[in-house]
Design a protein around this ligand. Structure first.
Ligand code: AMP
Length: 223
């Protein structure tokens, strides 16, 4: 069904670089891990969620509609839209030395479309129990302009309610209010990827502190 898409034209330029796919439930800490891996491995994170929020803020009418109908309700953006958006984003020069995929692929059709490109990659399963995910969602505050996330207790901003970096007002993301729905969506659409990636899956425990998660990830990626 997806074979007719002419996707991922970047194949030839990033095929020999290191690419890492972070896969796991919402709020498991993929974004934080991606930031740490970027520093360690010198490869650029690409969060599909951040891309959608950036396009929404820029006023793209199609994305605004998709966010309203799907993301803000805890559902996934349709595969056809997502694959096209990812393909377009990956044309950018910054990704040419390798990519840490944070939040893509998130369905089997996306994974199959990605595999059709022949781009090599490793997969880390970043997992945490539901109660941890729900607690993190209620505690997270986000700065939309610079995509930085805070935790009210573990990583509070220096000035309450404002981003350390750009001083913008912090918000609770609409989809964090739908964490229960997002977990259900994850179980239905994304968790089957655990079987899909079975033979190449490195598991990291994301229920603990970010540093320990990071060390587990590095151990797997460099072994
Ligand atoms: P995230 O910031 O990764 O938690 O993503 C926020 C929301 O964006 C998700 O709950 C989805 O609605 C949407 N989204 C992000 N990545 C994808 C994807 N690969 N496929 C479909 N929807 C996505």
């Amino acid at each position: 069904m997806f074979y007719h898409y002419n996707i991922f034209k970047t194949k030839t330029t990033i095929a020999n670089m290191q690419n890492v796919v972070l896969f796991g439930p919402p709020n498991s800490g993929k974004g934080t891990l991606a930031e740490k891996l970027e520093v360690e491995l010198d490869i650029v994170p690409f969060s599909t969620g951040n891309m959608l929020r950036r396009l929404e803020r820029a006023g793209d009418p199609h994305i605004i509609k998709l966010q309203e109908i799907y993301s803000n309700q805890g559902r996934l953006i349709p595969d056809q839209d997502m694959i096209g958006l990812v393909e377009r984003e990956l044309q950018k020069e910054i990704y040419q030395n390798g990519v840490i995929f944070d939040g893509f692929p998130r369905t089997e059709p996306q994974a199959m479309a990605f595999d059709k490109t022949g781009i090599p990659y490793e997969v880390l399963f970043v997992d945490a129990p539901d109660e941890v995910l729900i607690s993190r969602a209620s505690m997270r505050r986000a700065c939309l302009p610079c995509n930085k996330s805070y935790h009210l207790v573990n990583l509070p901003p220096k000035v309450e309610g404002h981003c350390d970096k750009c001083e913008s007002e912090l918000i609770q993301r609409p989809d964090d209010l739908k964490i229960v729905e997002r977990i259900a969506t994850y179980r239905e659409d994304t968790a089957p990827l655990e079987d899909y990636y079975f033979s190449k899956l490195g598991k990291v425990d994301a229920s603990i502190d970010p540093e320990t998660t990071f060390l587990q990830a590095i151990k797997y990626l460099t072994e």
